[in-house]
Design a protein around this ligand. Structure first.
Ligand code: IMP
Length: 194
């Protein structure tokens, strides 16, 4: 039965992201088997994350004979950093890291941050592209804590669990509320309906 499932490719080099999405999709009993494809789509720099995601998706050749998607996330410290690192999240994580972000906000008592996720899907049966978005709001933890997850997880306190960083949640707890979890649920509903 498993072999009869159609392939759905998630194009990413990030195994953490793949595992999060895999867990949600596998729990849904869809007619799809999720496979990771680590190829490098072309990335453009733009203020509009939807443009970035669509360009990335369209840079992939349609010779996979299946539906496929990419996911682009961003981390935004709305207060006091006016949304930084935002579209530079990946570069800033590599250069400043979590400690660098916490140093920038150390003089502020309150903070507000969010993650966003955009999934761009090429849906082969309709030969069309679709976008699915998710956002989660929260605050910055004054200290780096937790060992699960990846990236900015150890400094993000989601409003739903204000005492715990994403890195202190189990993967299924993070998936239930996260930007990526919300976007993937929208993708799953689309696949069920189409
Ligand atoms: P990407 O371009 O989608 O890979 O993500 C941009 C940056 O945000 C990378 O540095 C990731 O490590 C970080 N990031 C993306 N998603 C998450 C998440 O769910 N938790 C923590 N950091 C994330």
């Amino acid at each position: 039965m498993e072999n009869k499932k159609k392939k759905l490719y998630f194009i990413t080099g990030n195994t953490h992201k793949f595992n999060e999405i895999y867990k949600v999709i596998e729990s849904e009993n869809l007619g799809y088997k999720l496979e990771q494809l680590d190829i490098n789509p072309i990335e453009i720099q733009s203020d509009n994350p939807k443009d970035v995601a669509l360009f990335k998706l369209k840079s992939i050749k349609k010779d996979l004979n299946s539906s496929y998607f990419i996911e682009d996330a961003g981390f935004f410290v709305d207060y006091p950093l006016n949304g930084f690192p935002g579209i530079y999240s990946s570069y800033i994580f590599k250069t400043l890291g979590n400690k660098g972000i916490l140093d920038l906000i150390s003089n502020f008592d309150s903070t507000h941050a969010h993650f966003s996720s955009i999934i761009a899907l090429y849906y082969e049966p309709l030969d069309k592209e679709f976008l699915f978005e998710g956002i989660i709001e929260g605050k910055l933890s004054p200290i780096i804590k937790g060992s699960n997850g990846f990236g900015y997880d150890p400094i993000f306190l989601p409003n739903k669990y204000p005492e715990k960083t994403f890195a202190e949640l189990k993967m299924n707890e993070k998936n239930k509320i996260s930007h990526r979890g919300i976007a993937i649920k929208k993708l799953i509903n689309f696949l069920k309906e189409n």
